[in-house]
Design a protein. Sequence first.
Lengths: 229, 462
Amino acid sequence: MRVLVVEDSARLRKTVGTALRRSGYAVDVAGDGEEGLWLAKSNDYDVVVLDVMLPKRDGLDVLRALRSDARQIHVLLLTARDTVGDRVSGLQAGADDYMVKPFALEELLARVQALCRRAYGSQSPRLTLQDREIDSIARTVCRAGRPIELTAREYQILEYLARRRGQVVTRSEIEAHIYDDAVDPMSNVVDSAICSLRKKIAVGADYPPLIQTRRGLGYVLDPPSAGRT
Amino acid sequence: MISIQRQLTWKLLFAVVASVGAGLIAITFTARHELLESFDANLRTRALAVTALTEAKNGKVHFEFSPDFLKGFDGAQSHHFFEVWSVEGAPLARSPSLGGADLPHLMPATDHSTFRNLDFPGDHPARMIVLPFQVKTAAGRVSSPPLWAIVASDRSELDRTLNGLLTGAVACAALLYVAVIWWVPRVLRSGLAPLADLAARAAAIDARSLGIRFPSEGLPAELGPIALRLNELLARLEQSFDRERRFSADLAHELRTPLAELRSLTECAMKWPEERSAEWERDMLAATAQTEALATRMLALARSEHGQMLAQAERIDPASLAAQAWKPFEARAAARAIRLKFDLAGSTTLADRVLLQSVLSNLFDNAVEYSPAGSELRISCANIGEACEFRISNPAGELTAQDLPRLFDRFWRKETARGGGGEHVGLGLSLAQSFAASMGWTLRANLDPEGWIVFRLAGPGT
């Protein structure tokens, strides 16, 4: 999942970015409204964490510009403005959620996660793939009740594919949603991560792999022909 | 609560009722008096006619009543009567209309004629005149003793007229009162409607509707100035509320942001201890310093604005104080390639050394922070007349003329100046202006035609 943090406070930008990255999100950051709007329009983010009082362009203005562009992007306003009027104007401008500073980091992460789930039309934090269960809150994957050890990136790819279960997902889509700008788009990080993920979640040599390759197209998780349990 | 409309209604009703009542009473009494006067004049004329036709002949009283004269006093249907009495009370002559009866023997004690009311038999009201007179001979000599001519007339017709007059007056009064009671409240309500409308609009105004303005067109001349003044007051109140609202929002923002930084830095460090580094701790310290600076400045501003900051004026050399205040900023100015142009003159000034240095430091800090890199900063001091004036000027950058009115507002910062995360929270200029005021100095700012922002700090010379 890819998140954009638009925040004028450098220290807050840094800590929120770190927390989101450590939670497995691909994170981009912007320090003012203009840069934030440019990034939001240029990339495919699942969630934007947006401050309201921003230099160059006000956060609500950025939000309205995004909504007028008809972009299906989930926006969480993170601001020091705490009056009912401020919350109402934020939500009426098109925000999906509103958080007031100072905030609990865990709550921010939970809200971002909830918005990510909404981005893929799911309300449940648990996903079931045959005999494997993904818990998006604990960020764990279990098979028959026993945990499967995954890196944060592998988990993100698996959750992203699971959210789009049965659909062909291109390599560039995985790059756009799981990796931030720090990743070289020409590298084969996606193929390597998929290869490693396949090995870790494989049931046995006699069973078809859960993640299948569609040559020249991308990957598909648990296709209908694979037979679901 | 006193109601103008109710008070005016009662007062007008009372005034109109009293005026109409008094007027009608006056008219009624005047008419009554005039009618009675006319009636009495007729009685007197008849009495004088009786006396004129009485003559003394050969020591005896002789009456020369002609038939024409007696025609007015003839018959049972006549309403006029007369009788002549001697001083001893013996009737000497009477009109045929009396039919042999006598008029009441009511002799006055005076020699003047008197009028009296009386009732004829059958409850007929009448009025009579008793006129004493001397009988004269044909030669004009007076014969004594005097006689009494009594003339009476039925006054039923007069009483009917007087009663009609009174009834008409009472009816007119009643009609007028009904009209006034119906008309006065309506006229007052209609006349005071603009005032009631103004009051209703004013009553509807609260803190959330300060944008409302009273319509100034179509108002009566008396209310126009009130509406204009109220609109001016509302505009000022709205500005004041906006300023307070902005202040609250800005204060919340300035306080909440470093607190959010501290909390997220702490939570992050606890959740992922491996992320903790020296830079992380420097960030925590900087966030703490920012909160501390904010609290310190707010406290200083509050003390200064509440007059708790006592300035101790002393003679100061402004040039050396400015040079001393500049020293801490030399390195930062050099790092930003800001060229300094000093022009320090002036003899001595009267100021609080600590406060003046604090104001100058604040202005220098702003100039170094916000001047475009590589630009020139001019600091001058001179005696202008009896005043000492510092001028600190630098290219204004993105500041515009529209920003000037808010430049000294608490927490105001140009949007582009936000987000630095440093100790600039938008309180410096408010604090500097407040410190200057507590010394009796003034601090103003203007944009010159070349696009430079010029701060003028002026105080008394010595």
